[in-house]
Design a protein around this ligand. Structure first.
Ligand code: ZN
Length: 219
């Protein structure tokens, strides 16, 4: 029997996050969690031993159904807490992620339900990430990177990366926030910056940043 410690929850959450962008290697996991490859390997063995992950040589690590449920539970806590801290306590959108990272491990089911009700059963957190339902179902995400938007086309910002406060302050300053409309004005050649209009103003942003902002809408 493995206790759901903070460390275990952080591993499951990290595997879930990495899994969305492809297969999860031990080294990618170790890098994300800031641990050595040896300790990641040891933990993966323990998690596999209790049926939370599968580890197949050459195929990396993946979550079992039980592991997925445990990861989504923590993610639900995290995203509800972010919204609650912002709406109820007035924290800014660049502060809530770090606080939610701590509190997500300590939220009881009762408090989770009360926060959910107090917020009116929200479906997205302040950064646009979908909040898993109480049954831990997650809506399909149809979003794609802003960098994919063709010239002259318009779309709506769905999600922005939540973990870097400085980046969030910058995005807010330019107006790149969920539900804002954006128009792709132009792509500079040779991997140069993209010019994007948001809130009636044009901004040049790097392709790398545009890859991390997710949009929905026209091709
Ligand atoms: Zn967050």
């Amino acid at each position: 029997m493995l206790v759901m410690t903070e460390t275990v929850q952080d591993y499951l959450k990290a595997i879930w996050m990495l899994d969305r962008t492809g297969s999860v290697s031990t080294s990618a996991l170790a890098e994300r969690l800031g641990v050595t490859a040896a300790s990641a390997t040891a933990m993966i063995k323990r998690l596999a031993g209790v049926g939370l992950v599968r580890h197949e040589p050459y195929h990396g690590v993946s979550l079992t159904e039980a592991g997925t449920q445990a990861a989504l539970e923590v993610i639900r806590h995290h995203r509800l807490l972010e919204l609650y801290l912002m709406q109820a306590l007035g924290l800014s959108w660049d502060e809530v992620h770090a606080e939610a990272e701590r509190l997500e491990h300590h939220l009881s089911e009762t408090l989770e339900a009360r926060i959910d009700a107090a917020l009116g059963h929200p479906t997205r957190d302040p950064h646009g990430d979908p909040i898993p339902s109480p049954e831990l179902a997650l809506v399909d995400e149809n979003d794609r990177p802003l960098s994919d938007l063709a010239r002259g086309m318009e779309a709506v910002i769905r999600r922005v990366p939540d973990g870097d406060p400085e980046l969030l302050r910058y995005l807010a300053q330019l107006g790149f926030m969920p539900d804002e409309r954006v128009i792709m004005v132009g792509h500079a050649p040779f991997d140069g910056p993209l010019t994007v209009e948001v809130g009636g103003e044009r901004h040049a942003i790097s392709r790398e940043l545009a890859d991390r902002i997710r949009i929905e809408g026209s091709p």
